[in-house]
Design a protein around this ligand. Structure first.
Ligand code: 4NP
Length: 147
């Protein structure tokens, strides 16, 4: 799960998919990262923590890190939250194998529409609730397919 800062959208996505996978008994490795380096080592934004808590998820253990090229070797699928993250991931890709791993996450729940998870950082709590709903729907589809 990749966004810009790794403190809002991608840690929410990580928290949702890891808890859903646990509930469904699906064994996958999950992680998140940011394309930027501004927040390395920080915990998730308190508004992200609150929105997740409201829905029964605890993401206070997560810490921001920056995406690294070797992540292409570690993971089978890399979900970008928006088109800017997507483009940045493609720039870091070394070959077609890497490029083939990068997807826009909302194309899972709304195929072929290239919808973006809006950056909630400069907005209010409603933005985080909106992000939660979008990511919850997308992660549900991802895991149903893996069952
Ligand atoms: P995220 O949100 O990419 O969903 O983690 C942001 C967090 C921080 C900044 C931008 C977006 N920032 O500019 O510091």
């Amino acid at each position: 799960m990749v966004c810009l800062g790794n403190i809002c959208r991608s840690p929410m996505a990580e928290g949702i998919i890891r808890d859903k996978a646990d509930e469904k008994g699906i064994e996958i490795e999950t992680d998140s990262a940011g394309t930027g380096d501004y927040h390395i080592g920080e915990g998730p934004d308190k508004r992200a923590v609150a929105a997740m808590k409201k829905h029964g998820h605890d993401i206070t253990d997560l810490r921001a890190r920056q995406f690294k090229v070797s992540d292409y070797d570690e993971f089978d699928v890399i979900y970008a939250m928006d088109a800017s993250n997507f483009d940045n991931m493609l720039k870091l890709a070394r070959n077609d194998d890497d490029r083939g791993k990068v997807k826009l996450i909302l194309n899972e729940s709304q195929p072929n529409r290239d919808m973006e998870v809006p950056d909630p950082y400069f907005g209010g709590d409603a933005g985080f609730e909106n992000v939660y709903k979008m990511l919850d729907a997308a992660c549900e589809v991802i895991l149903e397919r893996l069952k």
